[in-house]
Design a protein around this ligand. Sequence first.
Ligand SMILES: Cc1cc2nc3c(=O)[nH]c(=O)nc-3n(C[C@H](O)[C@H](O)[C@H](O)COP(=O)(O)OP(=O)(O)OC[C@H]3O[C@@H](n4cnc5c(N)ncnc54)[C@H](O)[C@@H]3O)c2cc1C
Length: 368
Amino acid sequence: MSKQRLHRNVVIIGSGPAGLTAAIYSARANLKPLLIDAPVDAEKQTAPGGQLMITTEVENYPGFAEGIQGPEMMAEFRRQAERFGTEFIEAWIEKVELRERPFILHTREYVIQTETLIIASGASAKWLGIPGEAKVPDGLGGNGVSACATCDGPLPAFRNKPLVVVGGGDTAMEEATFLTRYASRVFVVHRRDKLRASKIMQDKAFRNPKLEFIWDTAIEEILGTPEDGVTGIRLRNLKTAAKRIFACSGVFIAIGHKPNTDLFKGQIETDQVGYIKTSGRSTATNIPGVFASGDVQDSIYRQAVTAAGTGCMAALDAERFLDHLPVMMPSGEEVTREGEHITADQEAIITPDGHMIPNKTEYAAPGE
Ligand SMILES: Cc1cc2nc3c(=O)[nH]c(=O)nc-3n(C[C@H](O)[C@H](O)[C@H](O)COP(=O)(O)OP(=O)(O)OC[C@H]3O[C@@H](n4cnc5c(N)ncnc54)[C@H](O)[C@@H]3O)c2cc1C
């Protein structure tokens, strides 16, 4: 079967808060964006709408004083993007060609050319893969099991209760320390007898009187019921093989995140973990015309509101680029659609054929 061919000015990958905000802005700017997002996939825990589709209450997104369910919030984002004419395709992007413009994206049924690309493919929390961890109704995910303490820690279900954090790196220490504000006590379960976290994070954790460590131990199962949520975990000591049940009311998995960037490997600049590098002062990547927003380029904040904020930035950057205006690159230089480079010190313009000209306009006073 031959594939259908499309050509667009703006294509967005991902319909989480970043992708949908980019869609709202670029649709309102009349750029007729096409948004492509992966279909529901239970194994990969993806659904159109992104990570918030697998959570319940969102209490920290401004504008919802009483909180809102994650899927409901993403339905609102989508309705707003649709209202201004965003076009949607539900498909996995399987291959991208970013060496020259127009960029080319391949799905099973389409070959899509685009003048600008906004990557908002998010990141995925790593899970242990143990019984009880899957999302409700298959497990207790969203009902006492979480991968985000900032998001879920303050929820009433976790207040003044014993909680467990799994992991031994900086993220785990940060999550555990944060949770001590709400929990009666926080227990860090770690497979080894020492932490991977940086010294400063370890010192802070060891000094915290509400934090306790359970060393050389793995969680085998998360226990509970749909009515009561999490009631405990089954632990196994990796040195003695002894097993025991440990009572707790919540489990926070903090063994890391993986940015969804395998698709772009070898074509776009990332950090060591795989997060896409952006300029810092714009969402430009090292490829002129390709922008990145949301968790895919943010290893630090990873929140819906920051994802939406950078989604807005990416749409405005793409609009600038299409309007032939310079966009700031990660290197500090600015680049236009025509391939002109303005040096980072703003002193010179390098033309597409390699000539350097001073970046100065000399004004002659009237009458001179
Ligand atoms: C359980 C949980 C609870 C959370 N609770 C909160 C909260 O209360 N408040 C808060 O602010 N934040 C919360 N977060 C964090 C928040 O969800 C993320 O920061 C936010 O969703 C990031 O948005 P994004 O648009 O960058 O990416 P995502 O939401 O991750 O969306 C990316 C989308 O891109 C799609 N995609 C990836 N690769 C491809 C491909 N090759 N082809 C097509 N599509 C692709 C994915 O399927 C996904 O739908 C929570 C996260 C989790 C996991």
